[in-house]
Design a protein around this ligand. Structure first.
Ligand SMILES: NC(=O)c1ccc[n+]([C@@H]2O[C@H](COP(=O)([O-])OP(=O)(O)OC[C@H]3O[C@@H](n4cnc5c(N)ncnc54)[C@H](OP(=O)(O)O)[C@@H]3O)[C@@H](O)[C@H]2O)c1
Length: 337
């Protein structure tokens, strides 16, 4: 177990690193589950906190607790210390503050999952946004529209969570500003939307123009990324943009259509067509991440075929993909990325 203020004794990169004690807050769904899975498979002792809506993985110790309930959280964490805490579902600054206060001195590194959305107006500038743009981009005038009020509220609250985390230099904080996360078993419906539309109709219509771009992160890569942040104590405390390669919407759909052997067409740029699940032309410069981390992020051509086939194979078998007559392309829910 850790000595206060250190990250344990890992020697990552030489095949020998110490087992770490890791807390994952919110690790029973979508990519949080992948993070728990990856850490446990690598031999770390993992504790996951969730309220119990779905079971935790067998490889982790499971603490049932609502992280918004400070007294319950304090009870849950009493007497425990961790080499790293991954706060994957922190949405309000007081939630971050509670964990930071409760675990200060009992946590080596605090890792906060944040979002591309915290760049607020800088997202609409039409150029890749770097970490250096964050401090100056405090407004959300230009971003609204196209972003919905719920998305703006989400972005500003996540930004405040980041501020709490980054102020705690004693906890060697890492903030991951994730772009849209795409992968199998995405409860939100976003990852399913394009594959299901193509699977059901043989084609797809979107308002986006062919040369508009998408940028995403494959959920299956995130276990490795978070594990690297846990295992390597030479990664500088900082906020990192996390995003795969940018792809034109035309190329993205072509990969999806080929994977599903679709016979129809991708029709792009028609006014009145659905927006689709992802914002276009929002790009992150991930140079800092690529310098600090060894993990490589898959491009859509590498992950999308399997993701499309996964959703097509399960079409109609889960509430997420139920055929209720609405187009899966209306999956945008107003709260995330
Ligand atoms: N998905 C994306 O595209 C995207 C993009 C950028 C950033 N992000 C960020 O990624 C993180 C994860 O997002 P997500 O949507 O994938 O998360 P999620 O699946 O909704 O995470 C839910 C997990 O947290 C647990 N949980 C939720 N509320 C809880 C509470 N009050 N107390 C304890 N456990 C709780 C859930 O289990 P129980 O229900 O059993 O409690 C589940 O394990 C978020 O911080 C989000 O801002 C996501």
């Amino acid at each position: 177990m850790l000595q206060t203020g250190t990250l344990g004794h890992g020697v990552f990169g030489h095949g020998v690193f110490g087992m770490k004690d890791v807390l994952v807050i919110g690790g029973t769904r979508f990519f949080g589950r992948r993070v728990v899975e990856d850490l446990a498979a690598a031999g770390h002792r993992v504790v996951a906190i969730s309220r119990g809506n779905r079971p935790c993985l067998a490889g982790a110790e499971w603490l049932r607790c609502d992280r918004k309930d400070r007294a319950a959280l304090a009870g849950c964490l009493s007497g425990r210390s961790f080499d790293a805490v991954i706060d994957n579902i922190c949405y309000q600054p007081e939630e971050a503050r509670a964990v930071l206060e409760l675990l200060g001195g009992r946590c080596g590194r605090y890792i906060l999952t944040s979002t591309v959305m915290t760049y607020l107006d800088a997202l609409t500038g039409g150029r890749p946004v770097g970490e250096e743009d964050w401090a100056a981009s405090t407004g959300c005038v230009r971003m609204c529209p196209p972003y919905l009020p719920g998305e703006v509220a989400y972005a500003t609250a996540k930004r405040a969570c980041e501020t709490e985390a980054l102020a705690r230099a004693d906890l060697s904080p890492i903030v991951f500003r994730l772009h849209n996360v795409v992968g199998e078993d995405d409860f939100s419906g976003k990852s399913a939307a394009i594959p299901l539309e193509i699977h059901r109709t043989g084609g797809v219509r979107l308002k986006a123009r062919p040369d508009d771009t998408y940028q995403q992160v494959y959920a299956g890569d995130l276990g490795r990324v978070y594990r690297e942040a846990v295992e390597r104590d030479d990664i500088p405390a900082a906020a990192y943009n996390v995003a795969g390669a940018r792809t034109s919407v035309a190329d993205y759909l072509s990969v999806a259509m080929t994977a599903l052997e679709a016979k129809g067409k991708a029709v792009l740029g028609e006014p009145g067509a659905p927006d689709g699940p992802y914002p276009v032309n929002v790009s992150l410069d991930d140079a800092l991440f690529r310098r600090a981390f060894r993990s490589r992020l898959a491009a859509p051509a590498e992950f999308l075929p399997a993701v499309c086939r996964w959703y097509a194979a399960r079409d109609g078998t889960s509430p997420l993909s139920a055929r209720d007559g609405t187009s899966p392309l209306s999956a945008r829910d107003g709260t995330s990325p």
